[in-house]
Write a protein that binds this ligand. Structure first.
Ligand code: NAP
Length: 634
């Protein structure tokens, strides 16, 4: 079924493949579950560097697998193509060195593509008869592409309106040096479109952009995207039950599109945030934001200030420091930056071959990443009210992570107590995004780099005046200061029932939605990557998009099938959900008094992050409870 040709080179490639996915593949091929007992004691975590399967056992597994591949090539079949839930759970638990609860099995089977996705099969045999029903999707980034693919497959007509000249959203816009995914790439991909050819474990933006372009073409959605056109407003017309979406092209021409449903897929990381520093307008040198970095910008030989040490800052800093005359890092808070051995590694040809050619290997590899980079971390976010342990942590488990993370920083900055004192974050791990180290600490040790923590007083024509009075003279300021994430859907003028604006409901920075997707008063509108959906502990935006698309598609198909002109979230359901969100959040690290971040709005409420594990959100969005909605027949 899977393997058509075998060669000596392929046999040798087995040597370079990871032993745990190989073992799980072998178990599925042979049905020999006793292998679990053999490997279990040697797996201490989901990462390839946390396995110590003895050489003789690993050699025996590879040799048996080699024979199995020959058997398959001769037309044999796997013994356990779809293992029973208890067996698959035992395999999952062994594969990551800890117990995987039963509740994960259905979601993981779907994520591993070991079962077809029930709600939206890749090519449905009988698309719905959508008639004149039409959807407008705002944005052709990850979420908009996911939505468009599923609508295309379901046979629902749609138009995507994209302000950029290309697809990709954040992966199109962000071009700063070092821009790369900081989620393992074989997990940061659509589950329905696995890519076994990622060049790196954490690919650069170009590879991800290529991937999104390939998805756009493969699923034939490019023709349905209007590029270079920005949605300026969307107003719900109660008489026709339709959204009237006004778009403006690059020449300033406006057109109005009517839509039965509106999907806002603009995301949270859409509008860059540049701090309003006093004196900035009078600065003599160059300024730029990481998200608006243009090709050709080069700070070689210049004196550069880098403001911000989040995900973007930590990626760009080492790249600037390599060529700049000097780099002054202006840090407001340190980041928990962890060892990530694969961060710069290319995926070897052997592994690429294994992902492609060995049945089930890619699924098990994805599962390991899914677990290690997502819910396996969630309990470390929970505040233990009884915890009176070391300061800077919120529970015994959180302290365990802190100790490990601290040890890494101490090792990296050994002999530099000056840097160590500044670099160690003063808040618990996971309070802000934990970052994979792309060379940040070795950058800090460079002679041409300084780490400034005194705070910025103002910008002057020659540079940045710090709060302690020193002037940092620079030729350029790079802002890696993030996005206006809480100001969701801004600057679009979105008006629902009765002409009420979304800003009237949400204010400037207090967005709420049911499941992060639907908002009372805004019928037939679906938000992707909306309020309280950001994943703060790990996970992948692609996973999130798939959950939200599945839910939205179920709503749209019901509207079409039932002939509903309107579908609007009930206020009581929305309010109860948001109370639950806030209650849950109050138990998690992001609300801890020691943590200040863009997750919080001006009133201290967390508006961006979800308090759920991935498995919870997957379950909540898997099926629509239509009693949560008011519906109106056409
Ligand atoms: P960010 O996480 O919001 O970091 C912004 C940084 O700027 C923080 O260090 C912040 O300090 C600092 N800052 C903000 N305003 C400042 C001011 N007025 N003065 C001094 N410092 C200031 O932004 P980001 O790094 O662009 O990342 C945003 C999100 O984008 C990430 O969380 C992630 O979801 C995504 N991202 C992903 C990748 C990827 O590889 N997948 C890469 C880049 C970004 P404080 O911490 O003190 O607020």
């Amino acid at each position: 079924m899977f393997v058509s040709r075998r060669s000596e080179a392929m046999r040798q490639a087995l040597e370079g493949a990871d032993i745990v996915p190989l073992t799980m593949s072998l178990i599925q091929l042979t049905g020999d579950l006793t292998l679990l007992d053999a490997v279990r004691p040697h797996i201490r975590g989901p990462w390839d560097y946390s396995h110590s399967v003895p050489d003789d056992l690993a050699a025996a597994i590879r040799s048996r697998l080699d024979a199995e591949l020959d058997r398959l090539a001769a037309g044999g079949q796997p013994a356990l193509a779809t293992p029973a839930p208890d067996r698959i759970r035992a395999m999952m638990s062994a594969a990551v060195g800890e117990e995987v609860p039963a509740e994960y099995v259905p979601m993981l089977l779907q994520q591993m593509s070991l079962v077809a996705e029930p709600a939206a099969p890749p090519e449905p045999e009988a698309p719905v008869d959508a008639g004149r029903f039409r959807v407008v999707i705002v944005g052709a980034g990850v979420s908009g592409i996911a939505a468009a693919i599923r609508l295309r497959q379901a046979g629902i007509p749609f138009l995507v309106i994209e302000k950029n000249p290309e697809v990709g959203g954040t992966w199109y816009e962000n071009r700063y040096p070092g821009c790369a995914v900081d989620t393992p790439n074989h997990f940061y991909q659509f589950s329905f479109e696995p890519n076994n050819n990622w060049p790196r474990y954490y690919s650069h933006r170009e590879s991800i952009w290529d991937y999104l372009n390939r998805c756009t073409d493969k699923y034939r959605i490019r023709d349905a995207i209007r590029f270079g056109c920005e949605v300026v407003s969307a107003h719900f017309d109660e008489a026709s039950h339709r959204w009237r979406v006004t778009c403006r092209d690059e020449a300033g021409r406006e057109t109005v599109e009517a839509a039965n449903a509106l999907i806002c897929a603009v995301g949270q990381l859409n509008r860059p945030a540049v701090p309003a520093l006093p004196g900035l307008a009078d600065f003599n040198g160059e300024t730029c934001h990481t998200a608006t970095w243009t090709e050709g910008t080069d700070f070689a030989g210049k004196r550069v200030a880098l403001v911000g040490t989040g995900a973007s800052g930590v990626q760009i800093g080492p790249r600037i420091a390599g060529t700049a005359a000097s780099l002054h890092v202006l840090q407001r808070s340190g980041a928990w930056i962890v060892r990530s051995p694969n961060i710069h590694r290319e995926v070897s040809p052997d592994k690429t071959w294994a992902l492609d050619a060995i049945p089930f290997y890619a699924a098990w590899y994805r599962f390991q990443l899914f677990w290690g980079f997502a819910d396996g971390l969630f309990q470390a976010l929970r505040i233990d009210p009884a915890w009176h342990g070391a300061p800077g942590s919120i529970s015994a488990l959180n302290e365990h992570y802190r100790t490990r993370m601290l040890r890494y920083i101490e090792r990296e900055l050994e002999g530099r107590p000056d840097l160590l004192a500044k670099a160690v974050p003063d808040y618990p791990p996971f309070g802000k995004r934990v970052l994979a180290d792309p060379g940040w600490f070795s950058m800090l040790r460079r002679d041409n780099v300084s780490l400034e923590t005194a705070g910025i007083a103002r910008v002057e024509p020659e540079g940045i005046r710090l709060a302690d009075g020193r002037l940092i003279a620079v030729d350029a300021i790079v802002f890696a200061t993030g996005f206006q994430a809480g100001r969701m859907l801004w600057p679009m003028d979105i008006r629902g029932r009765g002409g009420r604006s979304i800003r009237d409901v949400w204010g400037d920075d207090d967005p709420r939605a049911y499941l992060g997707i639907t908002v009372p008063g805004f019928p037939n509108m679906f938000v992707m990557y909306g309020p309280n959906t950001n994943l703060g502990h790990g996970g992948s935006a692609m996973f999130l998009a798939e959950c939200q698309v599945r839910y939205t598609l179920s709503c749209l198909t019901a509207m079409i099938a039932q002939g509903w002109a309107e579908m609007e979230c009930r206020t009581d359901v929305h309010d109860a959900y948001n109370r639950q969100v806030d209650d849950e959040l109050s138990t998690l690290v992001w609300t801890h008094p020691s943590v200040n971040s863009w997750y919080k709005n001006a009133k201290g409420r967390i508006t961006t992050n979800q308090p759920w594990r991935l498995v919870d959100y997957w379950r909540m969005t898997k099926d629509v409870d239509f009693s949560d909605y008011h519906t109106m027949a056409a």
